[in-house]
Design a protein around this ligand. Sequence first.
Ligand SMILES: Nc1ncnc2c1ncn2[C@@H]1O[C@H](COP(=O)(O)OP(=O)(O)OP(=O)(O)O)[C@@H](O)[C@H]1O
Length: 943
Amino acid sequence: MPKPDRGVHVEVILRCRPLNDDEKELKLPVVISCHEDRGEVSVVQNTAYKQIDKTFSFDKVFGPTSQQKELFDEAISPIVNEVLEGYNCTIFAYGQTGTGKTYTMEGGRVGVVESGEFPRDVGIIPRAVQQIFDVLEARDEDYSMKVTFLELYNEDIMDLLAPDESLNGPDDKSRKPIALMEDGRGGVFIRGLEQEVVCTADRIYKILEKGSAKRHTADSLLNMQSSRSHTIFSITIHVKESSSNGEELMKCGKLNLVDLAGSENVVRSGAKEGRVREAGEINKSLLTLGRVINALVEHSGHVPYRDSKLTRLLRDSLGGNTKTCIIATVSPSIHSLEETLNTLDYAHRAKKIKNRPEVNQRVAKSELIKDLYKEIERLRQEIYDEREKNGIYTPHDRFQIEEAERKALVEQIKNMEFDLVFKDKELMGLQKLYDTQQTLTAELSEKLQMTQKDFEKTQNTLLEIEGRNIKANATIKEKEHLISNLLQSEKSLTKQASELREELEHVASEASNLFSKLEQQDKLENGNKNLVQKFQTHLAKQLDVLHQTVAASVTQQEEQLKSMEKDFNYSLSKKIGGIQELTTQVRHLKKTHESSIKSLDDISEELDMSYRSAFSNLTSEVSRNSSALVGHFEKKFLEINDILDDIQRDLFNQQEKLAEFAEQQRQGHSKTLQLTRSMSEAMMNFFETLGTHTSSLTRIMEGTQKINGQKLYDLAKEFEDCAAFEKRQLLEKVAELLDISNDRKKNLVQTAINSLLESTASRTCKMQNEMSNLQDFSCSVKSELTTHMETIATNYLVATSVMDSGKDGFEKCLQQCMSESRMGVSQLRNAQESVLDLQKRNVGSLDSIVRNELETSRMILSKASSLALSALEETGMADQSLLSSIENLLKLDHEAHKNIRSIVVPSFEDMKGLGSKHYHTILKIKEAGQCFLDEYKVRSSGT
Ligand SMILES: Nc1ncnc2c1ncn2[C@@H]1O[C@H](COP(=O)(O)OP(=O)(O)OP(=O)(O)O)[C@@H](O)[C@H]1O
């Protein structure tokens, strides 16, 4: 039956430190969140490139705000108690450099402990020590306590408690590593490791401080005081117990506190040169630790404890009978994310390791004393051998182990020597390479300097050439510019002259066209005026005739009405005489007369109706004719208006074109003038420079002349001196001859000098003359040019003024045309208004006449009817007596009736005549209108 697995998982605690000052300053994001209550740690990072969201669970989690005391009380204190119960316990601190391993294990200095309370940053070790002492003291136990403090650096074990004289400093190469040995019982021991027996906590704090100071530390990129070694601080406690049989037993417990080196990789830590090996060795221990953990987790047969000293030393703590706790430390910042994830993985895996903790067996005090005696004996022998120089006594089995280790060391040294030779060769090769590189670099720098000098020279020459080139280009450009300016001005002058000629011709033709059009317009206007005048006279005549006719008819009517009145008066007087007679007779005739009077009334009403209809027809006819005439007039007026508007628009257009043309002309002229001016200025400048050159030439000539004269004078003088000297030398003997000869020579020279002077003077004079001629010529040319320019300018001004005056005249003419056409329009409008007025007045007068006529007829008729009624009344009264005088009355009535008829009938006829006359007059007016229209049509088709 298989044994039940009594294994206990390795306890894994995670501690996350707060952001340090640098990280806060850089404002690095926090990617770790600790859930202490759930014992979970989450890693969250969401960027465009990476998305991480992982959660790890551990036995305990301490976040960035957790305190040292908190961690100790919750996680470490129970382990310390286990140690006091006789267990072996190990606490590892594992994590990236700078994440707080040393802070957690050791923390700050203990200093003075007041009322049993440590400063807040004191770590696990001092607190554990304090707890052990407190418990033991509290139990009043008989105990002994030993501490060891070793460092594992580059796979070498160093004793941090070794006496100071053997050390020259933390990085002293002379520091001797101490050997790790098999104890023959499957365990290991470190030979010569100092074990300090301690009685007080303070002593341990001091030992801890001293040992920590000796640790191998070196600057690295990640942590200025980065621990690059693993340290193991061990406390072994022996507590005396009494067995039931009174035998004294010793209870033993051991606490290993392991501060591992930084877990980060070599490259990232920035380790260089010599430290590469160091990192490799550190990693060797850590890698082996990882492999051991993996093997234990995966339960693989072979666990590679022997591959590193760290794992050999801590074999019991990993999968052995030790109680183990791993404190994984991490940083919260994004900067350490990768390493944090590695640490979390590592720690998470380590959680699966199972140990089988066992309480150490109690050892009898006598056995312990025996062992101690053996140890004392061994040590004494060692000291003795050392003194005698006869070697050291070693038991046989120990000797064999040591021999094997010695051989391994020799082998290792050989290998290292071989490595050293190889490295030396490599170094030599590298040195050579470095030397050649250096010479090459020196050569190259020399060449570079020379090339730079050459380059600078070339640059200077290039700059000079460039300067010269720029100057030459500038001169060429100036000359080219001058030539092109002259050519262009010549060309533009000729071109502008031809353009001007063409434009003038064009303007002249356009002006003649305009004038002819204006003449035609004038003619048309005159014809229109005559036509309108004719029409007016014709209309006036017709209207006169109409007025006369109406006036004649009115007088006729008046006469007829007067005669009618006379007749009525006559018949009335006659009737008054016969009324008395007739009154009686009329009564009898009443009934007969009633019917006849009624019929008379009917006839008169009919007459009235016919009158009314005839008059209304007449009025409507007249008004229709007049309105037709007015409409016709209005139409014509509108047409004429349109024509006039067209003319006005044409005239405006012409005016604008003319103004534009004049402006163009002016601009062209001014350009020409400017060009001519610039040309004349250039010419002036040219002549001025010519003049200055000429004067300087003259000065040079004068100077030359002076110098020549001076030289000739000097020559003559020299010659004279020479001659005098010769003369003196030849003495008086040849005085005469010499005098003659001298005189002759003198004369000759004088004449030659004179002729030379003369010729020079004449040539200079000629030159001066030439120069003055040239100057005169240039002056004359200049003055000619000036006058020419002035004439051009005056011509231009004259042409411009002529143009302006022509334009003004044309504008005036146009304005006159326009005002005349406006006058024509207003006259036409007046004519139309007068015709309309006339028509209104005619219609009104005709209407009033007809209405008067109608009224008088109605009055006559009413009078007649009233008379008839009175007569009827009288006849009614003279009913009986009227019968006799009926015949007379009938006769009288017949006569009156006849008279009335004789008045009414001619008046009707007159009225008819008046109507027909009116009709004829209107026909004539229509004819006149038609005639006007026809004539106008003819005119408009003509234009
Ligand atoms: N929990 C924490 N609270 C406050 N400060 C901390 C904490 N953890 C670490 N620190 C600080 O961080 C710095 C680095 O810590 P420490 O030296 O202990 O890191 P380390 O992991 O031991 O590094 P190395 O592996 O290089 O030795 C120290 O200044 C320390 O005071």
